[in-house]
Design a protein around this ligand. Structure first.
Ligand code: ATP
Length: 426
């Protein structure tokens, strides 16, 4: 993967060419309009964060993070007006988030941050771009591309450029993980996403400070885990987090390195990438009910997360209880209603190839089976309003699953037959 900041003989990079080569048309247009507005207002303007990292690595940018020295609010309102004609959303920290097409554009006032205690939200004061870069998580995220005043230039006060080149994730100071332990999860996530390594001293400090994860609220931890579960490199994230002791610092009953490795090694049996929360199910596999509950509490888990945590042991048990002769309708009855993510984990971890096969068939085919007829069709065919409708539909569903009926014609014939055999009740 080329990194593009060195011009010939180590000279300054050609920023205009970098922007032109790497930005989408929509992103380029945002940059052009932002630059015109900031120029009119005499405001220094910078592109920062992951966008600069991706530009320098010649990777497509997801979002744009802009920093303004001065009144970012007014600037953001003007940019919102110019781009989307919509008012901007402003957070308490002078941060504005704009949605432009599918892209997020964040506009932030250059600020200095201090932490009253580990895990506290930062105290923010307006400041310069240099201070703004010093508050960031890693050197590779502390590079600013100055758009204004011209000429465009890269500002790299912490050595992010050489770290990009050496493919290292490095924190900015030795208390960084203590100030904000979400950086522990971020460090592993970016390391795995980018195919970088933790810089050795950063790795040592991460392991030293892993217990500071206790200072982070459930919501913030969950948000970081969720981001990690959505990455294509989620399995590598989990393997690395487990081997660094990060998972067990999150919750002591979560697996360490070897156990996590074993679980992840089984993932390919799924035949495709799992849903993000299947990683949660896999993490929590084998935990007892009270452990699941306290993990859910620790993560302040919302309903969908709780359902996955609760359904995973059910999926495991119901699957294990199916006889080898189970028909599709019996599998459906045992597994329907359980969270798909829980079933994916149960399929991955199934004790036998046969049970795994049943879970996979359910996920791939049987889960989707629905009769072509609905309640109204059954009324039309003569079944009376009431519980009979539900019963007949269930019978039809089973017949479909087990291959006894296929076409709409078959299904209508099934209902007529059902009516005959159940006529005393309908
Ligand atoms: P991507 O969107 O590709 O995951 P990103 O760097 O844009 O990468 P964000 O989470 O949007 O990710 O963060 C934007 C920037 O804000 C980061 O590049 C970093 O400079 C800063 N940042 C985010 N979280 C923290 C944190 N916990 N501590 C310090 N700086 C942070």
């Amino acid at each position: 993967m080329p990194i593009h900041y060195n011009g010939p003989m180590g000279s300054a990079p050609d920023i205009a060419a970098l922007l032109q080569d790497t930005l989408s048309a929509a992103q380029a247009s945002v940059i052009t309009q932002a630059t015109a507005l900031a120029s009119a207002g005499g405001l220094p303007l910078y592109l920062v964060g992951g966008g600069v990292r991706d530009l320098l690595m010649l990777r497509p940018l997801k979002d744009l993070d802009l920093v303004v020295e001065g009144d970012a609010g007014l600037f953001a309102d003007a940019l919102a007006g110019a781009l989307a004609g919509r008012p901007s959303l402003r957070s308490q920290f002078g941060t504005t988030a704009l949605k432009v097409g599918g892209m997020n554009v964040d506009i932030v006032m250059a600020r200095k941050e201090t932490y009253a205690h580990p895990g506290a939200l930062p105290t923010v004061t307006p400041s310069s771009i240099m201070d703004d870069l010093q508050r960031r998580d890693f050197t590779i995220h502390a590079i600013a591309m100055r758009l204004l005043p011209s000429p465009a230039a890269l500002l790299d006060p912490t050595g992010g450029l050489p770290d990009l080149d050496a493919r290292l994730v490095r924190i900015l100071h030795s208390k960084s993980f203590q100030d904000d332990a979400t950086r522990i999860l971020r460090a592993v996530r970016y390391e795995q996403r980018l195919g970088f390594r933790l810089e050795p001293e950063t790795e040592r400090l991460l392991q030293r400070d892993v217990t500071y994860l206790n200072t982070i609220s459930g919501d913030r931890l969950r948000r970081e885990l969720d981001l990690a579960f959505h990455e294509a490199s989620a399995p590598a994230f989990l393997a690395r987090a487990a081997s660094l002791g990060v998972l067990q610092a999150l919750y002591p009953a979560l697996p360490g390195g070897p156990v996590m490795q074993e679980r992840l090694a089984r993932l390919p049996s799924l035949g495709g990438p799992p849903l993000p929360l299947a990683y949660l199910a896999l993490l929590a596999y084998g935990l007892g009910p009270s452990q699941r509950q306290s993990l859910a509490q620790r993560l302040n888990a919302p309903r969908a997360w709780r359902k996955v945590l609760e359904d995973t042991p059910r999926a495991e048990e119901n699957l294990a209880a199916l006889p080898t002769t189970a028909r599709p309708s019996a599998v459906w009855a045992a597994l329907q209603g359980l969270a798909v993510e829980a079933l994916q984990a149960a399929a991955v971890m199934a004790a036998s190839a046969h049970a795994q096969g049943l879970a996979l068939r359910y996920l791939k085919d049987w889960r989707q089976v629905r009769p072509a007829l609905n309640g109204n069709d059954l009324l039309r065919l003569g079944i009376l309003q009431g519980p009979a409708i539900k019963e007949a539909l269930a019978g039809l569903q089973n017949a479909l699953l087990d291959g006894a009926v296929k076409t709409v014609h078959d299904q209508e014939a099934f209902v007529r037959q059902w009516l005959k055999t159940h006529s005393h009740r309908s």
